[in-house]
Design a protein around this ligand. Sequence first.
Ligand code: 2NL
Length: 368
Amino acid sequence: MMNDEIPNLDSFDEASLDAAFAALEAQARAAAAALDGEAAVEAFRLHWLGRKQGRLNEVSSRWLKSAPAEAKKLLGMRFNALKAAVEGLLEAAAGSGPSDAALAAEAIDITLPGTQRLTGAEHPITRTMNEIVSVFAALGYSVGVGPEVETDFYNFECMNFPPGHPARDTQDTLVVANQERRPQRDRLLLRTHTSPVQMRTMESHPPPVRIVIPGKVHRNEADDATHSSMFHQVEGLCVDTNITFSDLKGTLDHAMKALFGSSVKTRFFPSFFPFTEPSADVQISCIFCGGKGCRKCKNSGWIELLGCGMVDPAVFAFAAEKQSGYDPKKISGFAFGMGVERIAMMKYGVGDIGQFFGGDMRFLSQFA
Ligand code: 2NL
């Protein structure tokens, strides 16, 4: 049926036209009678009625155009009759559509209730982490993230924990296996804090910097009600000329008021971290009893929440190897770090850190 060209027509009298159109119609009928299946019907439609290469289009462009003026009307009538006949054949071949059985099989009962979708919600740890980050973003801090698998150099050495130093024992570490043939500084481990991202930030950006780094960290310790070997931190870093400990106190006092309510007070206790000097632990007035003393604050009226300090010059010296602007004689800065789980447990009254990671919907749906 394909590619049989429309012949040229040399005489345009009525008898010749009748014969020519009758021949075409006979061809169409024969083709239509042999049609089997949807694809064949579509091929038939294209072959005869196709807008560009269809036979009827061909008839129109060959015969109608070459016809003498007086024959055009008669030819047009025959053409329309043939077109109607082909369309009729097509309709008959397409049939009455899919069978009743086929329609019934794919029918849907629109009176049935739909599938109930649970309302999604931020995980309480994500929510708390975002809340902390927003408080610092509002102060003009940018937000950074970085790799969870780090090198010994970025996690420890540049943070002023030299190889073999006992301070490393305070962050018992999960290490990647089979790294022994590498130099110590290149060995891979799961970061124990997000500080490596801050060092990477200093190496790529000259001062001033104000940045917070939220993220997942790992330590090799036994799980209990308040400890998990996987947890989250938000660390912050502020470096500029003449940054002082009072900038640190003002910033963290504001942040704690923004997170726990404007009536909380803060106090700073001397502490130790390898990467800050001096270092401090920050306590807030007990949010459960307002400072009077209760079971939650062990009757002290205060709760310890985070660590901070002035960045140790030894840490700046590592940054200055790549960015000379971090010369500790020219700039100073403070840094702080807080555990997201600890803050979320306090805000939401959660007693067991494992609840955050157990995936129990009865627990999680309370945050939806
Ligand atoms: C804590 C204490 C802290 C830092 C983290 C830091 C980062 C750089 C330089 C100096 Cl790049 N310090 N981070 C400083 C003090 C404390 O975290 O108890 N976190 C849960």
